[in-house]
Design a protein around this ligand. Structure first.
Ligand SMILES: Nc1ncnc2c1ncn2[C@@H]1O[C@H](COP(=O)(O)OP(=O)(O)OP(=O)(O)O)[C@@H](O)[C@H]1O
Length: 253
């Protein structure tokens, strides 16, 4: 396949500058009223840690970025910042356009609503006019293989079916940036093959992709560039093959 090359003369579609996110280690611990109301005073307490720190990069339209790193190194956190479902404690991220995020499948979907209502709601929130949603509805359902569960509450779907519906929907939105977090690990073989084809179509269309994956083949197949996160730091921003070689050298199987 031909990937659209990055064109540095264009302006970036995503700019991240000095991103930092701090979490508390013991979230289950009892919190006082002062904690809840304290705002900034809550920060910097013992037990806080930086899930991401000093992360800066620019992404150009049409790039396909693979985010690589061991479990718990900040990959999903980075995607959440780009999706703006999480706000950084330091730095900022600018996205020049809408983002279709497939991260933590529950995000955006309402468990008590049916598949049909969720598709309408989420597509509407992403700016698709009603008539356009109606026109694409059957395709979305058929791609997911979800015809039998259209009127089932989303929360009653199997975890695989949740991912199928979510991927199918986000890949039919018109947003220029697509964030995909491990969906390909969950679907069955036939669905995965359909996803691969859809991702290729989207890239050929000039969309910008962020793919978080532990599957090297998927990363090499779709991504031109890699971001390697370790201990919350951006260790390497380079062509995907270089990033994977370095990751493998750092963490041999
Ligand atoms: N809401 C939260 N509160 C506290 N800690 C969190 C929160 N979300 C994530 N973390 C922690 O932040 C770190 C980074 O998590 P993140 O989910 O970004 O890792 P990841 O690289 O995506 O991992 P994986 O490959 O397992 O999906 C981890 O230590 C995780 O436990």
């Amino acid at each position: 396949m031909t990937l659209t090359p990055a064109q540095p003369q264009q302006s970036p579609i995503i700019t991240a500058e000095g991103l930092g996110v701090r979490f508390r280690r013991n979230r289950g611990a009892r919190r006082s009223f002062k904690d809840l109301l304290g705002g900034r005073a809550r920060r910097g307490r013992p037990g806080d840690f930086w899930a991401l720190r000093d992360v800066s990069f620019s992404v150009y339209p049409g790039e396909a970025i693979g985010v690589v790193g061991r479990n718990g190194q900040g990959k999903s956190t980075l995607l959440k910042l780009v999706a703006r479902v999480l706000f950084p404690d330091e730095g900022r991220v600018r996205v020049n356009g809408g983002v279709a995020p497939l991260i933590e499948i529950t995000g955006g979907f309402v468990g008590d609503l049916t598949v049909r209502d969720n598709v309408h709601l989420t597509a509407g929130l992403h700016g698709l006019p009603k008539a356009e949603i109606a026109r694409r509805f059957d395709d979305i359902i058929n791609f997911a293989g979800a015809a039998d569960v259209i009127d089932t509450p989303f929360k009653h779907l199997s975890s695989g079916m949740k991912v199928r519906v979510a991927f199918s929907l986000i890949s039919q939105l018109d947003e220029p940036v697509l964030l995909v977090d491990e969906v390909l690990a969950v679907g069955d073989k036939a669905f995965r093959a359909r996803c691969y084809q859809r991702i290729e179509e989207l890239l050929a269309d000039g969309k910008t992709l962020f793919l978080v994956s532990h599957n090297e083949r998927d990363l090499r197949r779709f991504c031109t560039r890699g971001l390697y996160l370790d201990a919350g730091k951006l260790q390497l921003d380079a062509p995907i093959n270089e990033v994977l070689d370095r990751y493998n050298a750092d963490h041999p199987a």
